[in-house]
Design a protein around this ligand. Sequence first.
Ligand code: GLP
Length: 233
Amino acid sequence: MKIIMTKNYVELSEKAAEILISEIKKKPNIVVGFATGKTPLKLYSLLAKSNLNFSKIKTFNLDELYPIKKSDKQSYDYYMHKNLFNKININPENINLLNGNFKNPGKECREYEGKIRKNPIDVQILGLGVNGHIAFNEHGAEKTSKTRLVELSKETIKINKTKNTKALTMGISTILKAKKIILLASGKSKAEAIKHLIEGKEDENWPVSFLRGHKNLIVVIDKEAGSLLHQKL
Ligand code: GLP
């Protein structure tokens, strides 16, 4: 695990953008896994301003609320188009998002997992839930879990200010298959989860801790997210 400690959210976003942009330059047809939430917003605006050629990249998003229509402003489909896809020259055919309006979520998830198997993710961007969730893998998610329909915890429903109690999410095993993972965490509210990731051990109660064993994990945090760490970085 490589840990990059930054002084604040802006520096964290610049660092993440620098790493991802260099990966895209190295491999123009890269497969990128994207996340939603507040944390990657500045990264996405930096990507949009970069003038980079995104025409060959393929993307897979981590999760989607369920049930939800694409046009719903709370949907992650809407978020990704508004904050990134509409601002870059990505080929719409290369965008993969879980469909929160699909009547058969089991089938949707199996097909999504199959598509990822055929197009392995080179770089996965990850945010972090206050309670240690990654994507929507909440407490008790298994390391072997795949893309599936899940129940959200009460805490997540409250923090995300959503009416949805369910979501579709890549599983922990799906995420761990990414060749490189860049986890972003900013602010004091993420400090406990970061401590479990960096100084703890694998623990189902803190799904983020399953990333510990990944061979190519980069953790980009700011001082506040790292404030509970014993070790000096
Ligand atoms: C949601 C998403 C996660 C994201 C998390 C953190 O729960 N499903 O993928 O990492 O929010 O969000 P934020 O960056 O707003 O703290």
